[in-house]
Ligand binder design. Structure first.
Ligand code: GGG
Length: 328
């Protein structure tokens, strides 16, 4: 890559305004990107009536990648259209433990590949009467196949050559039936081993024995819920990064939300957002820089300073400074 890539930066709401600047300090040390700072979320909606201004959409669709913080009540009006705008068909959510961080399940090391455009997050909801509301669950062969192909590439690259499909096709027979059948066919064509698990049973298995899972492929809502569960196993939401990947563009964001309960206190854990920038760097082929960022975060998690969610008393700024100091 040339080093003149443009990154759209959307802090969003709440702690997004703390963790995104912290992550940019780290990014600035390892790459020379141009930034396009734009707004989205509850605050801009309150001010202008529009949670996703046209200039933000334009910045994201013309940028090489986007760093996104978090949004609150307007999330469905912001991140869902942004994912659609960049054609992001998969949300990659890795969850692993780190030396020095207390984890409920220290053996956890898995990646959730979440369908990112449809399911119950397709936004097809209706209020039919005072009493009745409906939601249409959209599952297409096209999106399922694309996710399946990505999953096959992913497990081929990481050497495991197998994944588990989480679903509920005993209840959602038509939609999850299509999801499982399509991905299974893709995997069979590609010579990839698959396992399948009901998503509710998987939640129990994850809580009790997460080591049995490496790569989990699942529908949209299941991925959102299971990744928060996985965060609980490894030490909290402050540790989980994510990548919304499309054919040409990506949006990189922590799995956590805007945390209004601690917003403004300067104590949010920036690790998830800094690790999201490592995924952004990898997406743009800056593999060495991505590895350096990850190593620096691991070192800080191991030795401190740590934010209060991890039992420490450090500020967001202090953690970011420590990560910067530990870059090579
Ligand atoms: N950075 C994560 C964030 O803003 N989360 C808000 C949310 O509810 N997102 C829904 C989703 O990720 O599908």
């Amino acid at each position: 890559m040339s080093g003149d890539e443009r990154i759209a930066v959307i802090p969003g709401d709440g702690i997004g305004h703390e963790v995104v600047p912290a992550a940019l300090r780290v990014l600035d040390e390892v790459a020379d990107f141009e930034y396009d700072h734009v707004e989205a979320g509850d605050a801009v909606a309150e001010r202008t009536g529009d949670p996703l201004p046209a200039e933000t959409l334009e910045a994201v669709t013309s940028a090489d990648a986007t760093l996104f913080g978090a949004t609150g009540e307007t999330s469905a009006d912001v991140i869902l259209p942004l994912r659609e705008a960049v054609g992001s068909f998969v949300n990659i959510r890795p969850a692993r433990t780190y030396p020095g961080v207390d984890a409920v399940q220290p053996e956890t090391d898995l990646v959730i590949l979440r369908e990112n455009t449809e399911g119950v997050y397709a936004g097809i909801e209706n209020r039919l009467s005072e009493d009745v509301s409906t939601l249409t669950r959209l599952v297409t062969q096209t999106a399922s196949r694309r996710l399946g192909e990505f999953a096959c590439d992913y497990v081929a690259a990481d050497g495991t050559n197998e994944f588990t499909i989480a679903h509920k096709n005993n209840v959602m027979r038509v939609t999850d039936g299509l999801f499982v059948d399509t991905i299974s066919e893709v995997a069979a064509d590609r010579g990839v081993d698959i396992d399948t698990a009901y998503m509710d049973a998987m939640a129990t298995h994850l809580a009790m024995d997460p080591a049995q899972y490496d790569v989990i492929v699942c529908p949209n809502l299941a991925g959102d819920v299971l990744s928060d569960l996985a965060a609980g196993l490894v030490g909290g939401l402050g540790l989980l990064p994510s990548a919304n990947v499309g054919a040409e563009r990506g949006i990189f964001e922590p799995v956590h939300g805007c945390a209004p309960d601690i917003a403004g206190e300067g104590i949010a854990n920036p690790a998830a957002t800094i690790l999201s920038t490592a995924m952004l760097l990898e997406f743009l082929d800056y593999d060495d820089a991505a590895a350096d960022v990850r190593t620096a975060v691991e070192s800080v998690l191991a030795d401190g300073p740590r934010t209060p969610d991890l039992g420490g008393s450090a500020s967001t700024e202090a953690v970011a400074t420590a990560v910067v100091d530990r870059l090579p």
